[in-house]
Design a protein around this ligand. Structure first.
Ligand code: CA
Length: 232
């Protein structure tokens, strides 16, 4: 999984140092120089993890974290505290930070904390190298290994359920009609060519991946048309 990591840090040298170390490890990195810019990127691009400095010009790291959580982001946040300040750590953790590192820190330590947070948040797939992985909140779909997880919980899908999810999730927001899905699945499995068949498979899929299958978050019904995977 080539995770995307957002660094929110106004100190140029520190930001570039972290960016370089993360890129060497194969991560995709986005940089923000202020809290406002960080929030915009965090909400718009939904990075997999945020490295967030407390001391920022304008709104500080605490406020960024508060607004990020209020906006519904569940991305792990690693805070950078300016000094060995117990108050910063306590406030950060109370606001929903997942870990913190005190400046000055070694890049090796930072990298190992980041790896641990990614593993905790995304399970085994955090270590997957290459291949296409689709992620939406804590739902992770590994297309190459045909594996699906919610957080670190593996979800077992039938081949038909996986194919439906794969088609929908590959193009979030694109509406697929039932007959279109039947057509796409035809080569894959001999399905009853009744469009209601699709409803049954989608219903089973939802039972497995949704928190509340009657109010689906991932696979949505577009009334009178078909199904679509949720956009970010
Ligand atoms: Ca700073």
């Amino acid at each position: 999984m080539a995770a995307t990591i957002l660094i929110v840090e106004d100190e140029h040298a520190v930001a570039r140092g972290i960016q370089y170390a993360l890129q060497q490890e194969g991560y995709t990195v986005a940089l923000a120089r202020s809290g406002e810019e960080g929030l915009e990127i965090a909400v718009g691009q939904a990075p997999d993890l945020v490295v967030l400095d407390v001391r920022l010009p304008g709104i500080d790291g605490f406020e960024v974290l508060r607004r990020l959580r209020a906006a519904g982001s569940k991305a792990p946040v690693l805070m950078l505290t300016a000094r060995d300040d117990e108050v910063d750590k306590v406030i950060g953790l109370e606001l929903g930070a997942d870990d913190y590192v005190t400046k000055p820190f070694g890049l090796r330590e930072l990298l190992s904390r980041i790896r641990a947070l990614l593993r905790r948040a995304y399970g085994d797939l955090a270590d997957a190298v290459g291949g296409r992985v689709i992620r939406h909140d804590d739902l992770v779909i590994d297309l190459e290994r045909r594996r699906v997880q919610r957080g670190d919980r593996r979800i077992s899908l039938t081949p038909t359920e996986f194919e439906i999810l794969r088609h929908l999730a590959s193009r979030p927001g694109r509406v697929y009609t039932r007959s279109e899905l039947l057509e796409l699945l035809r080569d894959y499995e001999a399905l009853d060519q009744d469009e209601k068949t699709i409803n049954v498979h989608v219903s089973h899929l939802r039972d497995k991946i949704e928190d509340d299958p009657s109010r689906p978050v991932f696979v949505q019904t577009i009334r009178g048309v078909g199904y679509a995977f949720a956009e970010r």
